[in-house]
Design a protein around this ligand. Sequence first.
Ligand code: CTP
Ligand code: MG
Length: 202
Amino acid sequence: MNLHGIVVAAGRGERFGGPKATVLLGGVPLWKRAVDALVVGGARTVVVVGEVPGGIPGGLRRRDSVAAGLAALPAGATHVLIHDAARPLATVPLVRVVVERLAAGDVDGVIPGLPVGDTLKRVDGERVVTTVSRQGVIAVQTPQGFEIEALRAAHAADHDEATDDAQLVERNGGRVVYVPGESTNLKITYPEDLAVAEAWLR
Ligand code: CTP
Ligand code: MG
C-alpha cells in the first residue's frame, strides 16, 4: 500500500461561528491533531486543504475540498485516508484499524461508525411522521480510507452534494465496509463541542 492522507480544513464553520480548523485544543490546532493522527497511523504524506500553514485552497463544498486534495496527492499513491480537521480526537489505533481493513483488500472504502444511541424520527416541519428504526443504522466518522482509483472514479461520476466520501463511492457502486468508530471521536460542529473535547482530552 502506498498510503497518503488528506485533511480537509476549509469551510466557513457557520455552525461554529467562524472557521475552526485553526482553533486550539489543548494548545494544538485542530488541523494539526488530525494530520498527526494520520502520519503516526501510517500515511506517508498528508495534504492539508484549507487556510492553514502549508495548506492548499479548499472548495465551496466539502467534496470540492477533497477533490483539491486528491489532485495534490503524490504520483504513485494507491490508497488515501480522508480526515476532517474538525475531528481532532481520532486516535492512532483507530487510524490503524481503518488502514488494516483497507490493506486486507476486497473493499473500495473503509469507514468508522458507531451504533446510534438516540431514538430517530422522520419529521415534516414540526410534525413527527414516523419513528425510524435504529436497526442496522450507524453514525459515521472520519478518517475514511479508500482505494484511490475507486475514490477518483466516484468523484468523476457525479457532482451532487455528499457529506462524506463514502457516499460518493456507494453511489458509484463501490464496496464500502465499516469498522467500529470511537465514541470520543466527536466532530467539532458547534462551539460547545470544543468544551466537550477539552474535557475528554483531560
Ligand atoms: N470542509 C472543507 N471544505 C468545505 C467544507 C468543509 O474542507 N467547503 C471541512 C471542514 O474543515 C471540516 C469538515 O470538512 O473539517 C467537516 O465539515 P463541517 O464540520 O461541516 O465544517 P464547515 O462546513 O466549515 O461548517 P458548517 O457546515 O457549520 O459551515
Ligand atoms: Mg459543512
